[in-house]
Design a protein. Structure first.
Length: 61
């Protein structure tokens, strides 16, 4: 079976789905991944504004 890597649209779609089903933390994490895959900084900021929870990403690993 051939698969493909999810793109920013896939992550963003999943983020909205998680938000709609009451999973805001998971929605935020998916939105952060979508924003990270976006080349336009304004669009990335717009994505993150739609999911206002604090980031849970590890900054220094």
């Amino acid at each position: 079976m051939t698969g493909r890597m999810p793109d920013g649209f896939d992550y963003l779609d999943a983020a909205y789905e998680m938000a709609a089903t009451g999973r805001p933390t998971l929605a935020r994490l998916l939105a952060e991944e979508a924003a990270a895959l976006t080349t336009d900084p304004d669009e990335a900021a717009h994505i993150l504004r739609d999911f206002p929870d604090n980031s849970l990403r590890l900054k220094d690993c």
